[in-house]
Design a protein around this ligand. Structure first.
Ligand code: ATP
Ligand code: MG
Length: 452
């Protein structure tokens, strides 16, 4: 209260630690201008030519310091979104709550953000900050200075600004040193920052895994207690963050990091059940390793395939249970798929748009057993054959099924017509099912025979 009166009288703002950036020359940080994407350079130059500031910021500077190739380049500026939009012919303002500008340049898009404050910088006292009962920030829609902009960012290594014209890095919170020492450190008071935005806990796990950084003790300590706050976060945002972690190229490490910090309850609640079961653990490990390898080799990896693998150990368990209850394999599998998808809906919140593809991949699995007649040829023509085959290989690798089956399909695809003819088996199981069907021609095909 007294602080508030003093500040009202003297108009003093709460001092922002890090208000003065350390400015590092090229010899100190080692990032050459040539490593900055041409489009981001052009954006910074145009901003600066019209009297504004323009810095490459965030992940790109961090990645360049670590000698990694940034996946995108963001620019921060003191120009308002409207001013930015007028400077670039191919640009548009995105977002309502906080506007950013997308500047298009060839096939690339550079995200230009106006410096902003966290909201709490405007208020001296805790109770004046726009937060909910748990301390979550409800508004961050306030323009600010460059120092404010640095202070509202999450980790020291994410609050670095690169000035291409002078080849200088502005470092407000010791991010360059933390990068060198491979430490992930929250800016400000970690507990307050997690309460403002609990997703920062997931981001901590993601960056630690992705960069192979140690989480600073003060940054890690509050997580164990605050992890339940993730329950207040919209499911869609949790899902986005889960996807970023899984597609980071370090999903295996990320998933173990999540579990070690107790964060998976809010993100992948089924992880305990999967990882405590040796078969499930083998399968998920194989799946995440292969996803990581794909991403690191710049090959695409689809979210549906990924979530299909995460849910498979559950589907498999349920499938066997229903079959043990006397149901036939195909309908049992379909029942299991629906049960698992329904159960995870409230917890993991995989959006429904992925259901179709996940189900197709799962439903095709029993068809790999059918290696006689025209069936293998028909299966190869299925639009999801490739994904389903990759999935089959994971099952082999995890020891769920015999590796011979995966090898057969690998060879079958490569073989010429004669060799294929020689490979076909006289498959007794499926044939007997077909005979049964023939006896009752009016019966519709089982739902799994040709998934839509
Ligand atoms: P990546 O390479 O994985 O995209 P990134 O650092 O660019 O990493 P983004 O999620 O793209 O991460 O966010 C861009 C920048 O915005 C971050 O570097 C960080 O400074 C800031 N930021 C993003 N999310 C938050 C958050 N929840 N709280 C505070 N700052 C954030
Ligand atoms: Mg980014």
């Amino acid at each position: 209260m007294i602080r508030r009166i003093i500040s009202k009288v003297f108009g003093r703002k709460r001092p922002v630690s890090g208000a003065n950036a350390r400015i590092l020359a090229r010899t100190e940080h080692g990032i050459a201008r040539e490593r900055i994407d041409a489009c981001a350079l052009k954006v910074c130059e145009t901003l600066s030519a019209s009297g504004h500031k323009g810095y490459v910021v965030g992940g790109a500077v961090r990645d360049l310091l670590l000698d990694k190739s940034p996946k995108d380049f963001d620019v921060a500026t003191d120009a308002t979104p409207e001013q930015v939009r007028k400077l670039f012919r191919r640009s548009r303002i995105i977002g309502r709550r906080f506007q950013i500008v997308h500047v298009m340049c060839g096939r690339e898009t550079i995200e230009v953000t106006t410096f902003r404050a966290n909201g709490q910088k405007e208020a001296e006292d805790e109770d004046e900050r726009p937060t909910d009962a748990h301390g979550r920030l409800l508004s961050d829609n306030v323009f600010g200075s460059m120092a404010d902009d640095a202070a509202r960012r999450d980790f020291t290594i994410n609050a670095l600004y690169y000035d291409p014209a002078r080849e200088e890095v502005h470092d407000y919170f010791g991010g360059v040193k933390d990068c060198r020492q491979r430490v992930l450190r929250m800016i400000g008071n970690p507990e307050t920052r997690y309460r403002e935005d609990p997703v920062r806990m997931l981001r901590a796990a993601r960056f630690a895994a992705k960069l192979d950084f140690r989480i600073d003790e003060a940054t890690r300590a509050p997580v164990a207690t605050l992890a339940p706050l993730l329950a207040n976060i919209p499911r869609a945002r949790i899902f986005d963050e889960a996807l970023k972690l899984l597609l980071s190229g370090h999903a295996l490490r990320g998933v173990h990091q999540l579990r070690a910090e107790g964060l998976h309850h809010g993100m992948l609640p089924l992880l305990d059940a999967i990882l405590d079961d040796p078969a499930g653990e083998r399968f998920i490990t194989a799946a995440l390793k292969s996803t990581d390898a794909r991403i690191q080799a710049d090959r695409p990896s689809s979210p549906a395939f990924l979530f299909g693998t995460l849910l498979w150990p559950q589907v498999l368990k349920r499938w066997h249970a229903i079959e043990a209850g006397g149901e036939k394999p195909q309908p049992a599998l379909f029942q299991a798929m629906d049960d698992v998808l329904d159960a995870q809906r409230n917890q993991l919140a995989v959006p429904r748009r992925y259901d179709g593809m996940m189900k197709e991949i799962w439903a095709l699995q029993p068809r790999f057993d059918q290696r006689g007649g025209q069936r293998p040829f028909r299966l190869m023509e299925h639009p999801r054959f490739r994904a389903a085959y990759d999935f089959l290989l994971l099952r082999c690798e995890a020891g769920e099924i015999d590796a011979e089956l995966g090898d057969w399909w690998t060879r079958f695809q490569d073989a010429d017509d004669d060799a294929r003819a020689g490979m076909l088996l006289t498959d007794s199981g499926p044939k007997s099912r077909r005979k049964r069907k023939r006896r009752k021609p009016a019966d519709p095909a089982p739902a799994g025979a040709q998934p839509a």
